[in-house]
Design a protein. Structure first.
Length: 273
């Protein structure tokens, strides 16, 4: 149902996945179970979310062959550094109950700490050992990526960044594309109902007989972004994956592209430390 994209190391990843940010562990198990039943095969969690165990339980009980799944988790800021990264990865893998993860990301660059290069070198070791199929980063600005590329040998497969119609990140997406880094959007639907009540998006949704959320997800997909919408509501989980049987036209895309305000909902990666 979900088309794959091919990462820069040849690994394929579903273009639409399921995120579990801010979902408590017991609820994560229920939500991931619902997502897998709805057809999702990519699940995105993180150490700091506190729900790797619930995610892992849902994966184990799903009956879906491991090779058909794509599991992402992330290293939290406090564990940056070479040796601490290796230990933190072992902890995440144990909580997930897996032998390997498909994608491992540095959650934030934390530039003032100056540890993300050593952290990424540990990622390279784990990747070489076959314990991670692809390695990448999250919330990295082009300046952080440039430094990483100068100091390490494996180009990140993915940069997961805040990206939605109010923060379209065109410069970052262009930078990623030039270097073969896939752009993955967190908070792809914005926050709350605000973005989904914008008249331009509502109008496009009405035109296609779709929900505003489906229209925004379709916009991401047609830009080439990887998206990981989050929900704990079964009907919304199903709605968010039902976006592959319609397309936005040039007029629709232009209407949504005009909404950019370069406005962040989350923290600025340049100053988070």
């Amino acid at each position: 149902m979900v088309p794959p994209i091919t990462l820069n190391n040849g690994v394929t990843m579903p273009q639409l996945g399921f995120g579990v940010w801010q979902v408590p562990d017991p609820e994560a198990e229920t939500a991931v179970t619902a997502a897998l039943e709805a057809g999702y095969r990519s699940i995105d969690t993180a150490a700091v979310y506190g729900n790797e165990e619930g995610t892992g339980r849902a994966v184990a009980a799903s009956g879906v062959p491991r090779e058909d799944l794509f599991v992402t988790t992330k290293l939290w800021n406090d564990d940056q550094g070479y040796d601490t990264t290796l230990r933190a990865f072992d902890t995440s893998l144990s909580k997930l109950g897996l032998d390997y993860v498909d994608l491992y990301l540095i959650h934030w660059p934390m530039p003032a700490r100056g540890r993300y290069v050593d952290t990424y070198r540990a990622f390279e070791k784990l990747h070489a050992e076959g314990r991670i199929r692809a390695i990448g980063v999250s919330n990295f600005l082009p300046e952080h990526l440039e430094h990483l590329l100068e100091e390490t040998s494996v180009v990140p497969a993915v940069n997961q960044i805040e990206l939605h119609p109010h923060l379209q990140q065109s410069a970052a997406r262009e930078y990623h594309a030039e270097r073969g880094i896939a752009t993955e959007a967190w908070s792809p639907l914005g926050s709350g109902k605000g973005l989904l009540e914008v008249p331009a998006i509502v109008a496009v949704a009405r035109k296609h007989g779709r929900t505003p959320a489906q229209v925004v997800l379709r916009w991401h997909l047609q830009l080439g972004n990887v998206v990981i919408p989050k929900s704990v509501t079964p009907s919304r989980i199903e709605e968010n994956i039902d976006v592959f049987d319609f397309s936005l036209d040039t007029e629709d895309l232009a209407a949504i592209n005009a909404l950019n305000e370069d406005r962040r909902l989350g923290s600025d990666p340049a100053t988070v430390n």
